[in-house]
Design a protein around this ligand. Structure first.
Ligand SMILES: C[S@@+](CC[C@H](N)C(=O)[O-])C[C@H]1O[C@@H](n2cnc3c(N)ncnc32)[C@H](O)[C@@H]1O
Length: 231
């Protein structure tokens, strides 16, 4: 029986073409290894709001595994409460970020994450279903970006900007945008503040309780919005 089921499952494809391997180092991580690596940070993978950024995310092998684990947590905690299942499953999606050079990988990564969320969500859908589905598509458009994780720029040359989604009062999201370069900049440089190229935008702010701190300042901040109206 075990042998039969082994025969039935096709081998996992870890490369698409020799050219893509040569040009972009595109070799996908097999699922057993993804799972073993996620086990190393198992608690974070299960925490609904812990944020993950994968800088060369491919078509999402790691991000889908993390979403799978987060959605299991949502199911465990809110499986019998449709409204909370809805909002916390969306929160799980907001916590995942990816960048990849290749547009087809980015599209596939968004699709896989969307399908995974939708499959878990539909049995719990409420009257806000349409809005929620559109919201998750919008979140994935913002969180999974086509760009270069080394230059920190998108394909059109603009800086990679990520959105922080914070859940407020269990039903609204606060949306703030940050340049990835500011988020990755190391602490402890000689200048306390740095500025964007046009000199107008302050990228850093201080924690009032800690004068030596440098926390990134958002480039843009939006008013609070109901989760089903995000799109
Ligand atoms: C080794 S694959 C890994 C994909 C995925 N992380 C996985 O483990 O299955 C490498 C991916 O990195 C992408 N990549 C290579 N250089 C990159 C760069 N500078 N910025 C963003 N993505 C890059 C490629 O397009 C490819 O999809």
């Amino acid at each position: 029986m075990a042998e039969e089921s082994l025969k039935e499952s096709p081998p996992e494809q870890i490369i698409k073409s020799r050219k893509r391997v040569q040009d972009h180092g595109e070799v996908f991580t097999p699922s057993w290894l993804v799972s073993d690596m996620c086990d190393l940070v198992a608690q974070e993978c299960e925490r609904i709001d812990s944020r993950f950024l994968e800088p060369a995310c491919g078509d999402g092998n790691f991000l889908t595994e993390v979403l799978y684990r987060k959605l299991n947590t949502v199911q465990r905690h809110y499986g019998r409460d449709a409204l909370n299942f809805e909002v916390y499953s969306i929160l799980a999606v907001t916590s995942l970020y990816g960048v990849d050079l290749l547009p087809d990988n980015v599209t596939r990564c968004r699709e896989r994450l969307y399908q995974q969320w939708e499959e878990a969500y539909l049995p719990h859908a409420t009257s806000m279903k349409e809005g929620c589905c559109a919201a998750v598509k919008k979140i994935l458009e913002r969180n999974i970006l086509c760009g270069d994780a080394l230059s920190l720029r998108q394909a059109d040359g603009s800086p990679i900007v990520f959105t922080e989604w914070s859940l407020i009062n269990k039903c609204k999201f606060q949306r703030r945008e940050y340049e990835l370069s500011a988020l990755l900049d190391e602490q402890g440089e000689s200048d306390l503040f740095s500025f964007s190229l046009d000199g107008s935008t302050q990228l850093w702010q201080q924690d009032p309780d800690d004068p030596t701190s440098r926390i990134p300042a958002p480039k843009k901040e939006y008013p609070l919005i109901d989760y089903w109206r995000l799109s």
